[in-house]
Ligand binder design. Structure first.
Ligand SMILES: NC(=O)C1=CN([C@@H]2O[C@H](COP(=O)(O)OP(=O)(O)OC[C@H]3O[C@@H](n4cnc5c(N)ncnc54)[C@H](O)[C@@H]3O)[C@@H](O)[C@H]2O)C=CC1
Ligand SMILES: N[C@@H](CC=O)C(=O)O
Ligand code: NA
Length: 437
């Protein structure tokens, strides 16, 4: 059969990994695809010493790749929103299939890109965009197709999990571990995307669309990062039998779909509590299959390349299939035209348990006043501990609550912070038992 001709744009961490995996495993990949997958052209600002570019047609103009009549598939690995969007739209206009690892692009511009691709009848594949090498998109979109998905929760940022793991286990400083994650090629070009939860929210947006059949709505995701987690909270969580992980959570309720990314206390014995370093894991609950877990490297050159090349194999197999008979981009047919899909819920309406830490003046009646405020908001307390005074006259109070509405918790925290007995702000970390697992 005719080879599939690939143009790779961007030769950084993932671009070089993709180049090398495709080259090294060319024979194995050709046997799987039933035809060779060949690198016809590379678009890169500069060569990369990791890649042997002898005999490769290299251009400094990535748009030349998008317009090259000898290219069947453009692989977009430059990252970012705007140029990547232009590049992919240009490739689609020229009838090319597209493979991308760019979650920012798919989460923010995906609805537009899929419309354009459907009009041209071309594939846009993006397995590498969520959880790097873990084939979670394929699993959700195809393997779990029989199920009504109930919820999914995952560690979906490798850099963030790497930082949390090494800070906790080695007592190292945040900035020091972040620099290491950057040097290993895990971090985004703007690492605030990793540490402030934006990258995880991009990925969760994509997972939720595929799980629940809703259009991509990144702007509705609640996003909170790991930069404010303190060693003290890690220690308190540990004493209570929990570990703090940065989770993306999406859940179907009677009212709509939750879409939230935030640090979360989870019981130490849960599988997700034991996912460390750059590893990612996503737990998916289906009504028929029950809980399933997907685990592996969430970032890095060759793990991510593994997903990019798997998408190229899918393109090679599906290239001759009419667009109407291919798997839909987001797993459900006609998401765009279907206004029956559930809404994304505002954060105020979610229901979860909470860990609270506050500093109070050590005088009679303080605990009663704290408990009264919580009770008036309908928040019931599971455990309350008053610690030894650490800061002058101030004592830390740690509270675990039962499940309650976020709006009630917001009001309770507002009132607690306005008490004369309470110093500074109240730390709030959500608690999930993931108890169907
Ligand atoms: N690094 C990782 O572990 C993972 C990265 N991704 C995604 O893969 C994509 C690429 O990420 P990395 O390889 O880590 O980034 P990178 O910064 O290492 O590589 C990007 C490359 O694209 C080149 N580039 C950017 N704009 C260009 C232009 N206009 N013309 C020519 N070259 C251009 C840059 O010079 C750079 O070499 C991003 O969308 C990222 O979010 C996804 C999963 C994992
Ligand atoms: N920066 C991302 C890369 C993979 O998506 C991460 O750390 O997870
Ligand atoms: Na993946």
């Amino acid at each position: 059969m005719e080879p599939v001709r690939v143009g790779i744009c961007g030769l950084g961490t993932v671009g070089s990994g993709t180049f090398n995996v495709l080259t090294r495993n060319a024979d194995e990949i050709a046997r799987r695809a039933g035809r060779p997958i060949v690198i016809e052209q590379v678009g890169a600002r500069r060569d990369n010493a990791e890649c042997d570019l002898t005999d490769i047609h290299v251009t400094r103009d990535i748009f030349e790749v998008a317009r090259n009549p000898d290219i069947d598939v453009l692989v977009e690995l430059i990252g970012g929103y705007d140029v990547a969007r232009e590049l992919v739209l240009e490739a689609i206009r020229h009838g090319k299939h597209v493979v991308t690892a760019n979650k920012a692009l798919i989460a923010v511009h995906g609805n537009e890109l899929f419309r354009a691709a459907a009009e041209q009848g071309v594939i846009v594949a993006f397995e590498a965009a969520v959880a790097g090498g873990i084939p979670v998109i394929k699993s959700l979109r195809e393997g779990l197709g029989a199920n009504r998905i109930q919820w999914l929760a995952g560690i979906i940022n490798g850099t963030g999990n790497y930082i949390l793991t090494h800070m906790r286990d080695e007592g190292r400083a945040f900035d020091d571990v972040l620099a290491e994650a950057q040097s290993l090629g895990y971090a985004e070009s703007d690492p605030t995307f990793d540490v402030e939860g934006i990258d995880a929210a991009h990925k969760l947006t994509i997972l939720a669309s595929i799980a629940f059949g809703v259009p991509l709505q990144f702007e509705r995701a609640y996003t909170e990062g790991i930069s404010r987690i303190t060693a003290e909270d890690v220690e308190q969580a540990d004493q209570l039998g929990y570990i703090i992980k940065h989770l993306g959570i999406s859940r179907r309720t009677d009212e709509g779909v939750e879409l939230r990314v935030h640090p979360t206390l989870i019981p130490k014995e849960r599988l997700l509590a034991n996912v460390h370093g750059v590893k990612n894991a996503i737990e998916v609950m289906g009504d028929a299959v029950g809980p399933t877990l997907y685990y592996g490297a969430g970032a890095g050159a060759e793990p991510t390349a593994s997903a990019v090349v798997a998408d190229l194999l899918d393109v090679a197999r599906d290239i001759a299939t009419h667009h109407d008979y291919r798997t839909p981009y987001l797993a459900f047919s006609g998401i765009d035209h279907d206004d029956q899909h559930p809404p994304i819920l505002p954060m105020e309406s979610i229901v979860t348990a909470y860990y609270l830490r506050l500093l109070a003046v050590d005088r009679p009646g303080v605990l009663a006043r704290v408990a009264t405020i919580l009770a008036e908001q309908g928040v019931s307390i599971e455990a309350l501990t008053q610690k030894e005074a650490t800061e002058g006259e101030l004592v830390p109070i740690i509270i675990l609550t039962h499940r309650t509405r976020e709006a009630n918790m917001n009001e309770a925290i507002r009132q607690l912070e306005s008490l004369a007995d309470v110093a500074g702000s109240v730390t709030r970390i959500r608690v999930e038992d993931l108890d169907d697992a």
